[in-house]
Write a protein that binds this ligand. Structure first.
Ligand SMILES: *Cc1c(COP(=O)(O)O)cnc(C)c1O
Length: 396
């Protein structure tokens, strides 16, 4: 398409108003919101208020009067509404890695007599490592009679493949196992329906499409039907029924609160809570529709301008793809560096993937068009072919 056609898509975009909810450097085309989301405009003032007034003036009383104690549950409800979870099933706290540990361990305890955990070899490293720590050699890549729980990403971090949550959950249940979904690359970009899909557990990051900021706490979902019997291994005082009756032995809190462990990171929670306002009045169906349209436009421009130059590592049918596009190229790292030099920020994932994320709340159709245009320029002049672009930073 021509650039003015992309502009017309922006003019007709029902989510166009959301871009003003973010602070973005005008010179950048930011296609890495799937790794670190952009800064929502309300976050700096919200964090400053928690630091200066709540912490600085009201001090310890803030746990009650400013709702610090309830923040993990309150923010959890807000996240739950974005992933199709009825109230009382999501809390925010700890990292995705820690929440995975808690829920995989809890799932193993709910399925005594079954000691194996399903996890695929191409899963995100932390998912594989946590499962290996808990299950040792008892990991598997296929469903079977000994599987207690299947751990899967909803959207693959590398290829962007979107899995059919309802179908895979039903297959998992038919095999007698529980289904745990990692939503790190789908929450905030894909229309997730945990309750409808029958999911048992879910975890996910909030610093990616949810824009909670670097290291913002992750969420954990436990379906209401499992909460009464749930035993998670990190039995800290924030997960108990009577946290301030300190002489008592451990007694888990009645609902989703039993997933909590220790004192939550209030500053990060405040940033996340303010960030979630970017989703006010936004339907996830509209977000998904725009996400699909953005990646379609980008892929078709790359196909047209750069035939045969990249392998499309993402699924071509839009319904099988999340919100990022993975392009395979032997010099992927240098290509992504050369793109950054042209103001298009994506990232690299080994062995050979340039990964470009299209965060639907703030990426425009012209951004997708310009990104393809600049990628074509980078490839036409071999701009990537410089020694400096092959030197890998710690974070790729
Ligand atoms: C980003 C990501 C994580 C990150 O986990 P942390 O504990 O926040 O570092 C975990 N799983 C998947 C699938 C991810 O994409």
């Amino acid at each position: 398409v021509r650039r003015d056609e992309a502009e017309a898509l922006d003019a007709a975009d029902p989510l166009a108003f959301c871009r003003a909810r973010f602070r973005l450097p005008e010179v950048l085309i930011y296609l890495d919101g799937n790794s670190l989301g952009a800064l929502p405009v309300g976050v700096p003032a919200a964090v400053a208020d928690v630091v200066e007034r709540q912490w600085g003036v009201d001090l310890i009383g803030s746990w009650n009067v400013h709702g610090w104690w309830d923040a993990p549950r309150r923010v959890g409800e807000r996240v739950g509404a974005l992933v199709g979870a009825a109230p009382g099933q999501v809390v925010v706290g700890d990292s995705t890695s820690v929440n995975l540990y808690k829920l995989v361990a809890a799932a193993l305890r709910l399925r005594p007599g079954r000691g194996r955990v399903l996890v695929h070899g191409d899963e995100f490293p932390t998912d594989r490592y946590i499962v290996q720590s808990l299950a040792g050699a008892h990991t598997a890549t296929e469903l079977g009679a000994e599987i207690a729980v299947a751990v899967r990403s909803h959207v693959d971090y590398r290829t962007g493949r979107l899995h059919d949550m309802a179908t895979l959950t039903a297959e998992t249940h038919a095999a007698g196992a529980l289904a745990l979904w990692d939503l790190s690359h789908s929450v905030g970009a894909v229309d997730v329906q945990l309750d409808d899909a029958g999911a048992d557990f879910a975890v996910g990051c909030t610093y990616k499409y949810l824009n909670g900021g670097p290291g913002s706490p992750a969420f954990a979902y436990v379906a209401a039907r499992h909460q009464g019997r749930l035993e998670q291994p990190l039995t800290g005082w924030h997960g108990t029924a009577h946290p301030f009756e300190m002489d008592r032995p451990y007694e888990p809190a009645p609902g989703i609160s039993r997933v909590l462990t220790g004192t939550p990171p209030i500053l990060s929670l405040a940033a996340l809570e303010a960030a979630l306002a970017a989703y006010d009045g936004v339907s996830m169906a509209a977000v998904r529709a725009k996400s699909t349209a953005l990646t379609e436009l980008f892929i078709s421009e790359v196909d047209e301008r750069l035939p045969g130059v990249f392998g499309l590592a993402s699924p071509r049918p839009a319904e099988d793809r999340g919100s990022h596009v993975a392009l395979a190229h032997p010099e992927a790292y240098a290509v992504k560096e050369a793109l950054i030099a042209r103001g298009v920020v994506g990232d690299f994932r080994p062995p050979d993937i340039v990964r470009l994320g299209f965060a639907p709340l703030y990426v425009r159709f012209v951004d997708a068009w310009d990104a393809a245009d600049r990628l074509a320029a980078v490839m036409a002049a071999d701009e990537w072919d410089r020694p400096a672009y092959r030197q890998r930073a710690v974070v790729t």
